[in-house]
Design a protein around this ligand. Structure first.
Ligand SMILES: CC(C)(COP(=O)(O)OP(=O)(O)OC[C@H]1O[C@@H](n2cnc3c(N)ncnc32)[C@H](O)[C@@H]1OP(=O)(O)O)[C@@H](O)C(=O)NCCC(=O)NCCS
Length: 182
């Protein structure tokens, strides 16, 4: 599914393959190729979410964590591109619950930060929540991640809770932020 957006034109949704569309994924541990169901971006560029995560975060999630995550029925993800099938510049992963979108991961590759993509991703998710009548978006952010906090507050999120000692590396509290969708 392709959408238009003013600056970074292409948003590509990751789609779950059906049982008949099995793909081959590399099993890291055994270095074997095994047959598996999976998710694939609705386009041709093969940039994986794990690869993007490594580019965006100092403490990246392991490839296996992504594979596990993608097995959940609530998993939804999008990547942002300048052109269809070009390399992904940013990604957003959401837990899609009946009355809630919970943001699990959001990142923009360093060379493209501070150019408005983060804001576009938030606008996209807020609009999607409206369209799908999801009343609330929730997220957690490290107390030291001021860049992300600025983005979330600028997008209308408000702090509802503090989880003390939630993060270990680096140690710190988590701010729980929420945005009501009207
Ligand atoms: C947080 C992140 C997604 C923001 O994406 P981005 O595309 O750079 O954000 P935008 O350009 O849309 O900026 C939107 C607003 O966020 C704030 N912001 C973004 N980066 C900032 C920074 N380095 N310092 C201070 N404020 C910042 C600003 O308020 C900015 O608005 P402004 O440019 O009009 O001042 C990006 O910095 C990132 O990927 N960081 C690493 C991964 C991460 O921390 N993810 C969030 C985990 S909770």
């Amino acid at each position: 599914m392709l959408h238009s957006s003013p600056q970074y034109k292409i948003i590509q949704e990751w789609v779950k393959l059906t049982a008949t569309e099995l793909i081959y994924v590399k099993n890291e541990k055994s270095s074997m190729w095994k047959r598996s169901r999976g998710w694939i971006r609705n386009g041709k560029d093969p940039t994986s979410l794990a690869e993007l995560d490594k580019n965006c975060f100092k403490k990246a999630w392991r490839e296996e964590s992504f594979i596990k995550l993608m097995n959940h029925s609530w998993f939804r993800a999008w990547t942002w591109h300048t052109e269809a099938n070009s390399k992904a510049l940013a990604f957003l992963i959401v837990e899609d619950q009946p009355d809630l979108f919970s943001i699990l991961r959001v990142g923009v590759v360093p060379d493209h930060q501070r150019q408005g993509i983060g804001r576009e991703m938030m606008d996209f998710l807020i609009q999607l929540a409206r369209n799908e009548q999801v009343p609330k978006i929730l997220l957690e952010v490290h107390e030291f991640n001021l860049a992300a906090q600025h983005l979330y507050f600028a997008s209308g999120f408000r702090q509802i809770h503090l989880k003390k000692g939630y993060y270990h590396d680096p140690p710190g509290n988590a701010l729980v932020l929420s945005k009501a969708i009207s």
